[in-house]
Design a binder for this molecule. Structure first.
Ligand SMILES: [Zn+2]
Ligand SMILES: [Zn+2]
Length: 366
């Protein structure tokens, strides 16, 4: 019984990892998103370009129901220039929670790609923005995958920008359950989901990523945060002790082992590193705890491989060079997981983004 469920969870997780490409959103300053609801948080960024502007009015509709869909609009110059146009606080990307907006856009010809994660079709519109004029398009997206009986989630999500934006991008990517797992703090997205009227599209759960001397663990739901004090966390002596404490409030947590292996073995953040032999799968740690609910087989943050030249010291990574997919490290974690399953230790394998902040660009090939 358990195995097919595991396989499905992994498959859905991989889809999710693909759909979570909203980490391409590029923005170091989304403070504008704290503006009142009637202020367009994108307009200031367009005005700062000092380019002549026009307006874009658009609607994104679901084909069968006609419902306006939360979605993402990716803008590229129609003349093939690789530089990205600025259309708002997420640079070349607009995110809509209402599914219909009127936006200020610099004059020009654009290819616009409209999407809502991997469960929906992708639409493409060619548009021209003329100074002082309003251009309109209607985009229709249809369900591409039948997910009846399933919900999509990302069980490792930091969203370290404005929480209202976090709720918007999760809805725009078709995430059904927003699992908030920031470092040692509890975040509740429910008020933002309510405020944005997104309740019919997604719900949320409060959790946290807890770092310890023997790995990082996600736990949800959480009702009491006792994890902010680093000294307290690092005084816990064994993974078993920590697991019992995590399950104390409210008593029904899912506890997940995060990134159990790292490229550079790291016993502090990778639970299996230094505790399970990479070659023989032997357990080499007397306090090895088997009682976790799930283990991350794929983590888009720690599993990406650089396929280009290394960035210079102090320079950020070039996300054009990142490869996300079945790397050697993923194969190692599959081997670890199978060895646990073969011993009758049943943990669900999952795949997550571990998205933290926004990125300038990624290529996703998984
Ligand atoms: Zn971590
Ligand atoms: Zn994390």
């Amino acid at each position: 019984m358990t195995k097919p469920i595991n396989v499905w969870v992994v498959r859905l997780g991989l889809l999710l990892a693909l759909s979570a490409s909203w980490i391409v959103l590029d923005d170091q300053d989304s403070t504008a998103a704290f503006a009142p609801l009637n202020v367009d948080p994108d307009k200031r960024f367009v005005n700062e370009t000092k380019l002549p502007v026009g307006r874009l009015s658009f609607e994104v509709l679901e084909e069968t129901t006609g419902v306006h869909l939360p979605s993402r609009l990716y803008f590229a110059y129609a003349d093939g220039r690789t530089e990205k146009p600025i259309v708002g606080r997420f640079k070349h990307i607009l995110v809509t929670s209402a599914g219909q907006e009127i936006k200020t856009i610099p004059v020009g010809d654009y290819d616009v790609y409209i999407s809502r994660g991997t469960e929906y079709s992708l639409d493409h519109q060619k548009i021209s923005i003329t100074e002082g004029e309003t251009t309109h398009f209607t985009s229709t997206l249809s369900r591409a995958i039948d997910t009846s009986g399933f919900i999509s989630s990302d069980f490792h999500l930091h969203l370290q920008f404005a929480m209202r934006d976090g709720a918007m991008v999760a809805a725009a990517e078709g995430v059904d359950l927003l699992t908030a797992t920031d470092h040692n703090v509890l975040k509740d997205y429910a008020p933002y989901i309510d405020q944005l009227n997104l309740g019919r599209f997604l719900t949320s759960v409060v959790g946290a990523e807890v770092d310890t001397a023997f790995g990082h663990y996600n736990s949800f739901p959480m009702s009491v945060n006792r994890w902010e004090d680093r000294e307290f966390r690092y005084a816990i002596r064994t993974p078993g002790e920590m697991l019992r404490m995590l399950r104390a409030d409210p008593g029904e947590e899912i506890v997940q082992i995060n990134h159990p292996r790292r490229w550079e073995p790291s016993p502090r953040s990778g639970y299996f590193d230094g505790r399970m032999n990479r070659e023989t799968s032997e357990i080499e740690y007397p306090f090895f705890e088997n009682g976790f609910d799930q283990v991350e087989i794929y983590n888009a943050l720690t599993d990406s491989e650089d396929t280009g030249p290394k960035p210079a010291e102090g320079e950020p990574p070039n996300y054009d060079n990142k490869h996300y997919g079945r790397t050697d490290l993923v194969n190692q974690k599959l081997k670890d997981w199978y060895s646990l399953l073969n011993r009758g230790i049943l943990m669900t394998g999952v795949s997550n983004t571990d998205a933290h902040i926004t990125r300038s660009r990624t290529t996703t090939t998984a």
